[in-house]
Write a protein that binds this ligand. Structure first.
Ligand code: ADP
Ligand code: MG
Length: 671
């Protein structure tokens, strides 16, 4: 019966198909657990006392309908009056009404329970557009606090609340995976109790992450991630490794157009040491944007190849995978290597690709999640390179390791990650840091300007002879691309239409690739885009980036975006456009961007500022791996989860079940 939570919710909910679809969209899934994991964000109070209710409350009353007043003008409201048992007059007001419908729903002399936004007027109490009209016997259900859920268009809170409540009513007691001793020791709620409590908040304190029920779910999530890390460790230790040594057979033919920086060299020393040891490599290269991580990973791949192994490079987006493919192809020009690229969007030669991979003909495979798919097997994979690892879930890493003959993992990240977070996300791993940038780079000059000065900015940009990135945020919920379309039209008028092109995430991969190439080749001047260019896009002579609504982005993300420029030796500029008014913290954050180019410093400061109360969403901070907990703020919970994880049986049914509950949440990857 455990599996109740994993079944599709429509088995239990007799709702219209259309409503089911809305719920699925809203809860990002249609398993029972997806609905139960859709937590309320606030509460709505309904008061039953007409003498004492606050502006924030809704009012619930039982009245007898005494009169209907249709207005003379369509623009005036339709009014229905009623009387409470103790003789108080209540007026129900409808703007934009359907008179026949109202007459039918609230017939004269009928007795109804009505609930909605209320306020006092000189003529008594008015309820405008009541959200509930029901028989009086329903009164008890509409008094007190009710949860308010995040919604999608056309789905009402009431419907979602009904669906979730119906599921809660039939939810069996779930056998707990956290041993009782920990439940007692840390005073945790059981899983079943936690879920039930979260959906019946009584006060606004019940909504906070500090609420014990919410903490319990956060611990479950962290526990899942700990369990997966243990699985990775165990799976890696079971596989035998052989040491790799550089033979120089391939590398002697490598001619790079530049000297490696000291940091790049010392990173490579670390990697060689790992390779030489019989222990599997598990190393993270942390290096600021533009520090030159790709070439380090490429040389590491060559060492693996020199030891008769294959290597693979996994990137979070197609744009990035294609770019890595091109860069690496170019660096490998006279090395006579077989390098292949695998993308979900292009399956044309998949069976041949798989064949070559299995035979070991393909030496380096570059790609996206497509590489993780079932049926993709290597002959002797000896090195996995993962770019921007925080975008991949633990489960995906596990999948990859299983494809490995000799599991060596090298990950690259431009987002500096605090130590506790590292442990929580990745478990034990060694870190190499790249602080210095290649010689000759000029620091990027950052300016902060109000969007009201946009025309001055455009005039100035017209005189500059450089390619320009123009980034607009996309409001994801509304899936609205209006911002970027409106902006590009505006820029069209100011530059010329053949100089302005758009790039966004909803475009087909081929289309994106084409636009980026044309931009690279200098066929147009301004690339208006969403944050799809955020990670890794590498175009040397784009020296200006304009970021609109800079106040909406997290510092880490702004820094990533800014890292798109300053990749050549020309002076470069980052223009942060903000929309008035700017909060104090917003101002501080943009000032910080202006004052430093050091991504590590920025990330520390970001944490401090966020500690000060302006907690950014996970999207913004760059970590999408977790939903209910936050590695950077939940040290104590991480410790608890770690402790618990050592005390539970990895292969038990309940642990498998736990991992499955969280599987979808934590491994949905932003592409
Ligand atoms: P990131 O660390 O952000 O992934 P990349 O690997 O994309 O950075 O490198 C940024 C740019 O710097 C690339 O165009 C790369 O060719 C160049 N680069 C890398 N190493 C050096 C170096 N030692 N000297 C000069 N340019 C370099
Ligand atoms: Mg990179």
């Amino acid at each position: 019966m455990n599996h109740f939570l994993l079944q599709p919710s429509h088995r239990f909910l007799k709702l219209k198909e259309f409503t089911q679809k809305l719920i699925k969209k809203c809860c990002s899934g249609d398993r029972v657990i997806d609905l139960l994991f859709h937590f309320p964000v606030s509460i709505q109070n309904r008061s039953g006392n007409i003498y004492d209710f606050s502006d924030k409350d809704k009012l619930t009353v039982v009245i007898r309908i005494t009169d209907h007043k249709a207005p003379h003008h369509r623009a005036s409201p339709y009014k229905v009056t009623g009387q409470t048992a103790d003789g108080n007059i209540i007026t129900i007001v409808y703007f934009n009404y359907h008179a026949a419908f109202i007459r039918k729903s609230l017939p004269l002399d009928g007795i109804f329970m009505v609930s909605g936004n209320a306020h006092r007027t000189t003529e008594g109490i008015q309820i405008t557009h009541p959200d509930v009209i029901a028989p009086p016997s329903m009164l008890k259900y509409y008094i007190g606090a009710e949860p308010v859920y995040p919604l999608v268009a056309r789905l009402t809170n009431r419907t979602l609340q009904y669906a979730i409540n119906s599921l809660l009513k039939i939810m069996p007691e779930i056998p707990d995976w956290i041993p009782e001793e920990f439940i007692n020791k840390y005073e945790l709620a059981t899983f079943t109790k936690a879920i039930k409590t979260i959906h019946s908040p009584k006060t606004s304190a019940d909504i906070l992450a500090s609420n014990p029920a919410r903490k319990r779910i956060a611990i479950d999530e962290l526990l899942t991630s700990q369990i997966r890390l243990r699985q990775i460790r165990e799976s890696m230790s079971k596989q035998q490794t052989v040491p790799f040594f550089p033979t120089n057979a391939i590398i002697q033919h490598l001619h790079l157009p530049f000297e490696l920086t000291d940091d790049q060299l010392s990173c490579l020393e670390d990697i060689k040491r790992d390779f030489a040891s019989p222990k599997p490599m598990n190393r993270l290269i942390q290096g600021d944007v533009g520090a030159g991580k790709t070439v380090v990973s490429f040389i590491s791949m060559l060492i693996a190849l020199e030891n008769n192994s294959q290597a693979t490079l996994l990137a979070p987006t197609e744009i990035l995978a294609i770019q890595h493919f091109n860069t690496i192809k170019k660096m490998a020009e006279n090395l006579k290597l077989n390098i292949d690229i695998m993308l979900s969007s292009n399956r044309k030669f998949r069976s041949q690709q798989i064949e070559r991979l299995k035979k070991g003909e393909t030496q380096i495979l570059i790609g996206t999640h497509a590489i993780l798919e079932h049926g993709i097997e290597f002959k002797n994979l000896g090195l996995i390179v993962i770019d921007e690892q925080h975008r991949f879930g633990v489960l995906q890493r596990l999948t990859l390791i299983k494809k490995c003959r000799y599991p060596n993992i090298l990950t690259m990240s431009a987002t500096p990650i605090p130590r506790t977070l590292l442990l929580g996300c990745y478990g034990d791993l060694d870190v190499s840091t790249m602080k210095c940038k290649p010689h000759g780079r000029k620091p990027i000059e950052t300016v902060v300007i109000s969007s009201s000065k946009i025309d001055n900015l455009i005039q100035k940009l017209k005189t500059i002879n450089s390619k320009i990135y123009w980034v607009c945020p996309v409001i994801e919920e509304s899936e609205d691309l209006m911002d970027i379309n409106t902006r590009s039209e505006y820029l069209n008028k100011n530059f010329s239409p053949k100089d302005v092109f758009i790039l966004h995430g909803k475009m087909k991969s081929k289309e994106k690739d084409n636009i980026i190439n044309r931009f690279k080749n200098g066929e147009f001047k301004v690339l208006v885009s969403t944050t799809v260019i955020e990670v890794g896009v590498d175009i040397h002579d784009a020296n200006v980036i304009v970021i609109e609504h800079a106040e909406r982005f997290g510092l880490a993300q702004l820094h990533q975006l800014r890292g798109r420029v300053g990749r050549g030796n020309e002076a470069s500029y980052c223009v942060l456009l903000y929309h008035y008014p700017l909060s104090t913290i917003g101002k501080q954050r943009l000032q910080l961007m202006k004052s430093t180019n050091d991504g590590f410093l920025l990330s520390e400061e970001d944490l401090k500022l966020r500690g000060a109360g302006d907690i950014l969403g996970k999207e913004q901070s760059g970590f999408n791996a977790l939903r209910f907990s936050d590695f950077s703020h939940n040290h104590r919970l991480i410790q608890m989860a770690e402790e618990i994880s050592h005390d539970i049986e990895l292969n038990s049914e309940s642990v498998k079940f736990l991992c499955e509950i969280f599987s979808k949440l934590n491994d949905d990857v932003v592409a």
